[in-house]
Ligand binder design. Structure first.
Ligand SMILES: [Zn+2]
Length: 351
């Protein structure tokens, strides 16, 4: 296994902390939510009938419990660093700090971004921009978030790119996830620090700079098509798009998708995407996860399910051991998150 530099010597049953390069912690409470008013028949309808109702219902308390639950789940999966993309149109100000504080309490690393969008008019876009600026200005670890080019006016995209430049960070944005997308609006703004999420419908010669983050399980779940990221010259990393933080599992899914279109492909390709995550969150390279299996090699892990961490060390501190977090009461978080989920489900009725 290729290891990040400056990391501790690892045993065959150990890896650095795994990284998830695209997540939505706010979706952690969504499981079990009431069915939408009607069954979505396309990706745009999935957004309108499920996610754009759910994000409207979020308040800061719900964001806190979803983030704590998601952070706990990350440790359960040996994932010590998450690049999160957040949206809560009715609770924008302060939302990124709530997520960062929740993760700090549990003991996982997080990179936060608020997904700016014009879906709620120019005031909504301005508030999203301001939240990214506030969080980054106060020393928060993050990027500038944009929902997607197709929900943002060109001026909003330019403002986000300018804000990111001012803070010396990249922009974290969904790109060409569905067939109908205005990704060309991003041309002329991108650089190597940008995270381009999905890229399913990007042409090979799209001309955008940045790392493409592949989320194969989510793409299948939304029936948007296969990104086939091997075709790009951009670096490729791996995320879950909010369906947990089990990066070994996402690696397996990414691997079988490559095999589905080319049976000669080995697991080294999907594994290289998982390894690329460390370049986006280098601190996780010094975290140490001890696993229930050895050796932690791609050909073995591609076909070995149920590999679990037995011990997780973040920044020199053991934060997970023998099935339990050390800093927080995991049972209490799960119970409080379950209560919060019921409140969220009740609020959904009004959106
Ligand atoms: Zn996403």
């Amino acid at each position: 296994m290729t290891q990040p530099e400056d990391r501790p010597e690892l045993a065959p049953n150990q890896t650095p902390g795994l990284v998830c390069s695209h997540n939505h912690f706010y979706s952690a409470l969504a499981r079990g939510m009431p069915a939408p008013p009607r069954t979505p028949t396309s990706f745009p309808e999935i957004l309108e009938l499920v996610w754009w109702r759910l994000d409207l219902a979020l308040d800061l308390d719900l964001i806190e419990w979803s983030a704590k639950l998601a952070a706990l789940t990350a440790l359960e999966s040996g994932c010590t660093a998450i690049i999160d993309h957040h949206e809560s149109p009715n609770a924008i100000e302060g939302s990124l700090s709530v997520i960062a504080d929740a993760c700090a309490e549990v003991g996982v690393r997080v990179n936060c971004a608020y997904g700016i969008t014009d879906r709620h008019g120019p005031e909504g876009a301005a508030a999203g921009l301001a939240e990214n600026d506030r969080f980054l200005s106060t020393g928060g670890r993050g990027m500038v978030g944009l929902h997607a080019a197709f929900t943002c006016e060109p001026d909003t995209i330019a403002a986000a790119a300018e804000l990111a430049e001012r803070h010396g960070v990249g922009v974290h944005v969904h790109v060409a996830e569905g067939e109908v997308d205005t990704w060309r609006r991003l041309q002329g703004h991108t650089n190597d620090r940008w995270l381009l999420i999905h890229g399913v419908h990007l042409p090979d010669d799209h001309g955008l700079a940045g790392t493409i983050v592949h989320n194969p399980r989510s793409n299948m779940n939304n029936a948007v098509g296969y990104a086939n990221p091997r075709r790009f010259t951009n670096p490729v990393a791996l995320g879950t798009d909010g369906i947990g933080t089990d990066m070994l599992d996402e690696f397996r899914v990414a691997f079988v998708k490559t095999r589905e279109v080319d049976v000669t492909v080995g697991p080294d390709v999907a594994w290289s995407w998982l390894e690329r995550n460390w370049s986006l969150f280098p601190e996780a390279g010094s975290d140490v996860v001890t696993w229930s299996y050895a050796p932690m090699e791609p050909w073995r892990l591609a076909y070995t399910t149920q590999v679990r961490p037995t011990r997780v060390e973040v920044d020199g501190e053991v934060v997970w051991v023998d099935g339990r977090p050390t800093r927080v009461d995991g049972d209490e978080i799960k119970a409080k998150a379950a209560e919060a989920a019921q409140r969220l489900f009740a609020r959904l009725e009004s959106f």
